[in-house]
Design a protein around this ligand. Structure first.
Ligand SMILES: Nc1ncnc2c1ncn2[C@@H]1O[C@H](COP(=O)(O)OP(=O)(O)O)[C@@H](O)[C@H]1O
Ligand SMILES: Nc1ccn([C@H]2C[C@H](O)[C@@H](COP(=O)(O)OP(=O)(O)O)O2)c(=O)n1
Length: 226
């Protein structure tokens, strides 16, 4: 237990801006960053590569334990993610990988296998951890907790822009349905469902620019109680 290392957790649904805000805040504070969703996505993708039986919790837990997931920051804003030595960064970001992650994330044995991998990110001078259960399960002792949200419609619009910037055309309606399905699955699962920690500060980013959200979160860490 590293009781001396400060932790900021940012949990929330898909497209609420967790990754964007966490990365900037971690960089401004000079803290480490854990993208826990990337771990779940990596296991989902590894399960696909291995043709694993998605209804076999033991096989999925083995994959979660044995898959080697590395984050390479080569100075760029977004790190490359290597899954068993293969650069899977682009594949991890697809909606298919997100859906696979959401499905395997409902398996308690997978969550247990990833628990220690996530705790290992806790190193001085501090950690920003983003996901669904960072403040509730993985880092319940965190001094700073945010639950970031935005309306489903705004999240679908953000994803649409993100995908069309990459040349991928998906309609907003399809994205909205996918977001609603993933929200429901993440919120209704029995283990570590998506919900705000009782001591989390709720931040609704609907219509709020990225920089304003960053400032709000930074103020929580640097001037707590304000
Ligand atoms: N406050 C905001 N206002 C507008 N767009 C945002 C905001 N926060 C994030 N975005 C954009 O929304 C998209 C999804 O953000 P992302 O950080 O990937 O969300 P999450 O990690 O919660 O799924 C990105 O294209 C990002 O640039
Ligand atoms: N701490 C976490 C992080 C992600 N997950 C699951 C649930 C999510 O639907 C998938 C993908 O998470 P990720 O944060 O990468 O997805 P979004 O960027 O929010 O769309 O993984 C989880 O169960 N617990």
């Amino acid at each position: 237990m590293r009781a001396d290392v400060p932790i900021l957790t940012i949990d929330g649904p898909s497209g609420s801006g967790k990754g964007t805000i966490s990365r900037i805040v971690a960089q401004r504070l000079g803290w480490h960053y854990l993208d826990s969703g990337a771990l779940y996505r990596a296991v989902g993708v590894a399960a696909g590569w291995a043709n694993a039986d998605l209804s076999d919790p033991a096989a999925l837990a083995r994959l979660a334990r044995d898959t080697v997931i590395e984050f390479r920051t080569d100075g760029s804003a977004e790190p490359r993610v290597l899954v068993d030595g293969t650069d899977a960064t682009d594949e991890l970001r697809t909606e298919t990988a997100g859906a696979a992650a959401s499905a395997i994330a409902a398996v308690p044995e997978v969550r247990a296998a990833l628990f220690q991998k996530q705790r290992d990110f806790l190193r001085p001078p501090g950690l920003v951890a983003d996901g669904r259960d960072m403040g509730t399960v993985v880092f319940p002792e965190a001094a700073h907790k945010v639950f970031l949200s935005a309306s489903a419609e705004e999240r679908a619009r953000r994803r649409h822009k993100q995908l069309s910037d990459k040349g991928l055309e998906v309609t907003i309606d399809v994205l909205l349905r996918e977001i609603q399905a993933r929200d429901a699955r993440d919120a209704q699962r029995v283990v570590a469902p998506l919900k705000a920690a009782p001591d989390a500060v709720l931040v609704d980013s609907t219509g709020i620019p990225v920089e304003a959200v960053v400032e709000r979160v930074l103020a929580m860490v640097t001037s707590p109680g304000r």
